[in-house]
Design a protein around this ligand. Sequence first.
Ligand SMILES: Nc1ncnc2c1ncn2[C@@H]1O[C@H](COP(=O)(O)OP(=O)(O)OP(=O)(O)O)[C@@H](O)[C@H]1O
Ligand SMILES: [Mg+2]
Length: 167
Amino acid sequence: MEEETLPDKLVTAHLGNQVQTEWWAQQIALVSMPGDILALTGPMGAGKTVFARAFINALAEERGVNKFLVTSPTYNLVQIYELPEIEIYHVDLYRLEDGEDLRELGLEEAYDHGISLIEWPDRMRNFIPNGCLYVKLEQGHGSTERTVSFLGQSNWLDRLQSIKHGN
Ligand SMILES: Nc1ncnc2c1ncn2[C@@H]1O[C@H](COP(=O)(O)OP(=O)(O)OP(=O)(O)O)[C@@H](O)[C@H]1O
Ligand SMILES: [Mg+2]
């Protein structure tokens, strides 16, 4: 993904450890809505799956269902978590083969009705709709330090600010 094609940077936070990454994932989950698409970017080991797991389990807890063992859906590329009234599509495109037909992954359905969490979204450049929130994780100096930047259009700004102010 070319840096200059990304939307505006809305919020940036320093994360000292994994718990802080999980906190952000939980807060975003609690303001998420059907049809939301989150593109999780960053190098291997940055914490994309950690973020997805905390996001999914925050909604599981909110809706009173057991937590899920969320692992990278590398084999099927898509794993669906069914919660009361919402489905979460956890997508990992790292192993997407050249020429593989993205339409077969059923993402249109996810985009319309569910909440989509997409790791390695740069593998499908043109399939990421405009309104998505980019969650960009970068490694910091220490082994547990990260920086998270949220980039998106203005539809996300109020929701992100409500989190910041509540923190
Ligand atoms: N601040 C932090 N936030 C998230 N993960 C952290 C943090 N500090 C340490 N970690 C560790 O970093 C690793 C992140 O792994 P994770 O599988 O989430 O990465 P990923 O970005 O999904 O990688 P991949 O591209 O291989 O899918 C975990 O082992 C986690 O315990
Ligand atoms: Mg991962």
